[in-house]
Design a protein around this ligand. Structure first.
Ligand SMILES: *Cc1c(COP(=O)(O)O)cnc(C)c1O
Length: 826
């Protein structure tokens, strides 16, 4: 391990010394206070986030024993006076100094380093090269897809003398960014993966974007790419002439001249065979994948290996053993109300940290368990590695820890204080004891190196799924949340609507994420929904929109904040509170400015003011109203009228009660269409779940099912109840495992709806049944068991809404509770 002292780092990044304390060695670069593991040897870079300055975390970290900080020049002597025995390094730009430190570190190694850029497939190519070259090299690589301005420095910082090859990916979204990443990675070998049209925004065009990405290769010796992308090829030739004449190009292609010409890709049911030519010798290899993207990425990997002088004879064997890259952490329902996080992505110390973070965010069970195998290829002596793992685990409050493998087992004594302990020599030894171990009501993180075959454990712990699932992409949700946050004016609070199971996508799973991501408020429709969230450990304030007298006990017991929308509910709740001598209970006053659903109208304000004036039963947390047509230009005049009427009513209430409260009326569409109506808070709903064409949102939910049977039928035959689906020609019919009881409406019957079968749209034939639907897949290649997309990224909910003559809200919330939800992070 290479370490640096604080004074060395000061010199490397050219920092001024604001305050000097002990000159400690630094091992960890810390950017996120939640990821703190080793306070004594961490250096915190106070990077400003969207909503908090980096500086604002210093107090918390100092109290957790962090003593080394890099801060911006603006930090004053009086601010640091409160932290006497800490080092404070002052720099002009905190991010630049992080990048400079990492670039310095990189320069201390002269091992081969591969740099990967492109639009799609960077992480897959990196992970596959890791699988393919793992026996030849001791590899250091980006954890997950750490490829950003901060991800790259952190990835490169992991390099240490045991490594013999580095593989790092770099992604950019704006001009100028690659210039900054280049000196940090400084690749000798470069790879451009599929460029595609993805994310062209942020650039004036495709060419500018390619040119910018190529900046990573300013000093690179060899570059691997696909010459079928003509624009890429031409831009590369230009780049070589103008910027890096040393650059040797090595390309593969199907339809253009190439160093590695691909003559044919043969599809089989179990994989693909790629035929190519090496010099004058024909050469082929098999990969266990059939999709286009996998073939593309595998050929790229093959080209990389050839360019690294790996003997061609080893390539086919390794290629045939390629494993899918599970890049996501999945949260699944397990036996006995357990939740299972299965992380088979990789097994090293860094990714253990990432997985534990994900475990920590889960609020549904207080009991948390980790099942971990020996970590391989760490380059550290067993004893050191085990103390490191134990120390990481000790920082999280685990209920129990189960270590599997000879190394962990023989170092069991190092794990004191981690939780309840069990160790097993092998996965088999654990499996033969699993029934005695009694897993229930806990969240279990499973993390094992491939050879330990943890899939055998997950199979036993996971609940059997009805093969129709609703997948929820938590990263996409987070990204959408960020997009809306960026639209908020200063100091505007964010309430997120998680009513109706968060628009169908889940309850505590989504609320946990929102709580962690810093939402200010949650809102549900009914008291029961709020109770569920509290039981799952959600601590955010929760507004309940539709309260009834029967629910008062639960409101109080679970600290839920009711919406007061009528005199009747106001009086009865006040009576209830007074009887129990409760004062200042938080409530929200709903005003009706045109929706005519719930709320006080203008004529009520006088009386309402009187009632609230000298009353101490309530604390009015907020006063709000709902817009009826914020998404539609045609209603803009009405929206303005609603806003005016709201302001007038709220003003009157405020002058009567003489206490300030939050005002809010903006829903999703109003957040960006009427920024002037953001007031004190906004209420984000459908946009969080990815539905709003006006913003670059990511798809969050995917409803998937599978084919249970294929039928070949004759012209004139009919399909389904009442003989509604008659075919005029011979046809192939696929029966899929979803019906109206799952929320797939009968309206989609008889060609009104379509599903995606292996990338092609297939119409529904005949009536939709209760648990099944038949598709006409004539001409589409498919097998029994194949996955079918009902809606998702490639088939937006919006289209289904159009077919059914409804709105996306209804399609999303219709997905019935019988359909299992699976949550994942990429
Ligand atoms: C559902 C709801 C929202 C959110 O509306 P979206 O259009 O989904 O953003 C906001 N306010 C109230 C009162 C709601 O009931």
């Amino acid at each position: 391990m290479l370490t640096y002292t604080v004074s060395e780092i000061t010199a490397i990044i050219g920092a001024g010394i604001l305050q000097k304390a002990e000159d400690t060695p630094i091992e960890y670069l810390l950017l996120d206070s939640r990821k703190l593991l080793f306070p004594a040897t961490s250096l915190f870079f106070a990077l400003d986030g969207l909503h908090r300055s980096g500086k604002s975390f210093i107090d918390e970290l100092y109290h957790k024993q962090v003593r080394n900080f890099v801060v911006g020049n603006e930090v004053s002597a009086s601010f640091i006076a409160a932290y006497p025995d800490a080092n404070f390094l002052a720099v002009e730009d905190v991010l630049v100094s992080l990048q400079r430190l990492s670039a310095f570190h990189r320069n201390r190694f002269d091992i081969p380093v591969i740099g990967i850029t492109g639009s799609n497939g960077k992480t897959i190519v990196k992970e596959w090269l890791n699988q393919l070259l793992g026996n030849t090299y001791n590899i250091v690589r980006s954890p997950k897809s750490y490829n950003s301005q901060v991800g790259v420095p952190l990835s490169v910082w992991q390099m240490n003398p045991v490594h013999t090859l580095g593989i790092f990916e770099a992604g950019i979204s704006r001009p100028g960014e690659m210039q900054r990443l280049q000196p940090i990675i400084r690749p000798n070998t470069g790879i451009v993966t599929f460029m595609g049209e993805a994310h062209a925004e942020g650039f004036t065009g495709m060419k500018e974007k390619i040119w910018e990405k190529l900046q990573l290769f300013r000093t690179t010796k060899k570059l691997i790419y696909c010459a079928d992308d003509r624009l890429l090829h031409e831009t590369l030739i230009e780049f070589r002439t103008q910027v890096n004449p040393q650059l040797e190009l090595f390309c593969w292609a199907k339809g253009s001249p190439a160093d590695l010409p691909i003559s044919q890709v043969e599809r089989r049911t179990d994989g693909s065979i790629v035929h190519t030519q090496l010099g004058n010798t024909a050469f082929h290899f098999f990969i266990p994948f059939t999709d286009e993207a996998s073939v593309y990425n595998a050929i790229t990997c093959c080209a990389v290996m050839l360019s690294m002088n790996i003997p061609p004879s080893s390539i086919p064997v390794w290629m045939s053993e390629l494993k899918p890259v599970e890049m996501r952490l999945e949260l699944k329902q397990g036996i006995n109300q357990c939740a299972i996080i299965n992380d088979s992505y990789s097994a090293d110390v860094n990714s253990l940290g990432i997985a534990l973070d994900f475990l920590q965010q889960q609020q549904q069970h207080t009991k948390k368990t980790v099942i971990l195998s020996d970590l391989l290829q760490s380059g550290l002596p067993d004893e050191v590695l085990c103390s490191k793992i134990a120390s990481i685990l000790r920082h999280r409050k685990l209920h129990r820890f189960i270590g599997i493998g000879p190394v962990l087992s023989s170092h069991a004594r190092l794990f004191d204080g981690v939780g309840k302990l069990d160790f097993f020599e092998s996965t088999e030894a654990f499996l033969s004891n699993i029934h005695a171990m009694q897993f229930h009501d806990e969240t279990i993180l499973l993390k094992g190196a491939r050879i330990f075959q943890f899939e055998k454990i997950s199979k036993l712990l996971e609940q059997k799924l009805h093969e129709t699932v609703l997948e929820i992409n938590l990263n996409a949700l987070r990204s959408n949340l960020k997009i809306y946050r960026n639209l908020l004016q200063k100091d505007v609070k964010l309430m997120v609507m998680v009513k109706a199971f968060s628009y169908g996508s889940g309850s505590f799973e989504i609320a946990s994420l929102l709580q962690h991501a810093g939402a200010d408020y949650l809102a549900v429709a009914y008291t029961d929904e709020g109770v569920e969230l509290r039981k799952a450990g959600i601590r955010l304030p929760i507004m309940v929109m539709n309260t009834t007298m029967a629910g008062f006990d639960n409101l109080l017991h679970y600290q839920l904040e009711p919406e007061i929308y009528s005199f009747q509910i106001l009086e009865s709740f006040r009576y209830y509170l007074r009887q129990r001598q409760i004062t200042r209970y938080p409530v929200h006053i709903k005003l009706d400015t045109g929706m005519h659903r719930l709320g006080f109208v203008e004529a009520d304000i006088q009386k309402l003011s009187e009632l609230l004036k000298d009353d101490d039963s309530f604390t009015i947390k907020s006063v709000f109203s709902h817009l009826v047509g914020s998404e539609n230009e045609a209603h803009d005049a009405f929206t303005a009228q609603q806003a005016a009427s709201f302001t007038q009513m709220a003003d009157a209430l405020e002058s009567a009660t003489k206490t300030p409260f939050i005002r809010h009326m903006a829903n999703t569409s109003a957040i960006h269409r009427h920024p002037g109506l953001q007031m004190g808070m906004v209420r984000l709903g459908i946009g969080l779940y990815g539905v709003d064409d006006r913003l670059p949102l990511q798809n969050v939910t995917t409803l998937k099912t599978t084919i249970s049977q294929l039928k070949h039928i004759r012209a004139g035959d009919s399909v389904g109840y009442s003989r509604r689906g008659v075919v005029s020609k011979d046809a192939v019919i696929a029966t899929v495992r979803i019906g109206y009881a799952d929320g797939y409406s009968r309206i989609f019957g008889n060609g009104n709806g379509k599903m995606l079968v292996n990338g092609e749209l297939a119409p529904v034939i005949g009536n939709v049944c209760m648990d099944m639907t038949m598709l006409d897949i004539t001409g589409i290649y498919a097998n029994e068991g194949d996955e079918v997309i009902v809606f998702g990224e490639e088939l937006p909910v919006k289209n289904l809404a159009q077919w059914a003559g409804t709105i996306p809200y209804e399609i999303l919330t219709n997905v019935s509770q019988r359909v299992k939800r699976v949550y994942f992070e990429e």
